[in-house]
Design a protein around this ligand. Structure first.
Ligand code: ADP
Ligand code: TYD
Length: 213
């Protein structure tokens, strides 16, 4: 399957940020907002977003933090992404829809590329071999890791493998995401997430309105 941007007609928007920064809350709000304006929206997430990728999600997000090495994780997250891309994202874009994706390749650049040594080169090589697609627009919800982790832990779920790496990792991820926003200035929009849900949502709606009719 051709994953090149020329095959696309819709708009691909990703949300990124540390755990608990409010991505899931805000992406749902944005989906409601865009649907109310008459847009055809596909709301999806990573890891996951297709049957096979959801199965890989359980493998990577549950269990002990040392269950997989960083190298193996890169392969698993990329395998999940390829399936998600083939079965969910590209068909929706080819049908002219707006795809809202809760995390995408920038999360692999951060979590696998930074957290246990510098593996960014490997992440990027595998990305260009197997994925080759970037979002048209990326919303980065930035906030203090202590607050984000407090919110994430309050959910008390079973998908805590990465949250169990602790606040130090989240500090590195925050700095890494802000650096990534500089690296990909054309598509990144940084939003201050340490405010009420309505204020954050209003900022995001302004950014999106400026990009889509
Ligand atoms: P993420 O998807 O980035 O991990 P969530 O949207 O799941 O974040 O939010 C984590 C928790 O914080 C949820 O319980 C959510 O209801 C809460 N939350 C989200 N946004 C805010 C906000 N702006 N202020 C306070 N709590 C929030
Ligand atoms: P997510 O469900 O978005 O968690 P949260 O709502 O807590 O932000 O993502 C689950 C975890 O998966 C998150 O800790 C980040 C991690 N992750 C990676 O390590 N690499 C990746 O490529 C992706 C997409 C997620």
């Amino acid at each position: 399957m051709n994953t090149k941007p020329s095959a696309r007609r819709g708009t691909f928007i990703s949300f990124e940020g540390i755990d608990g920064s409010g991505k899931s809350t805000q992406i749902q709000r944005l989906a409601n907002y865009l649907r109310a304006k008459g847009h055809d929206v596909v709301l999806t997430r990573e890891p996951g977003g297709s049957d096979g990728a959801e199965e890989i999600r359980a493998l990577v997000l549950q269990g002990n933090p040392d269950r997989w090495s960083a190298h193996t994780e890169i392969l698993l997250f990329t395998a999940a992404r390829r399936d998600h891309l083939e079965r969910t994202i590209l068909p929706a874009l080819e049908a002219g829809k707006i795809v809202l994706c809760d995390r995408f390749a920038d999360s692999t650049r951060m979590y696998q590329g930074l957290s246990r040594g510098d593996l960014r080169g490997i992440v990027d090589q595998l990305h260009s071999l197997m994925i080759g697609v970037e979002p048209d627009l990326t919303v980065l919800i930035d906030m203090d890791p202590a607050e984000g982790l407090g919110r994430a832990k309050a959910r008390q779920g079973i998908e805590e493998r990465f949250e169990d790496f602790g606040e130090g990792l989240q500090q590195d991820m925050r700095a890494g995401f802000l650096a990534l926003a500089q690296e990909f200035k054309d598509r990144f929009h940084v939003i201050d997430g340490a405010r009420g849900i309505d204020d954050v949502a209003a900022d995001i709606a302004r950014v999106i309105d400026a990009e889509i009719d």
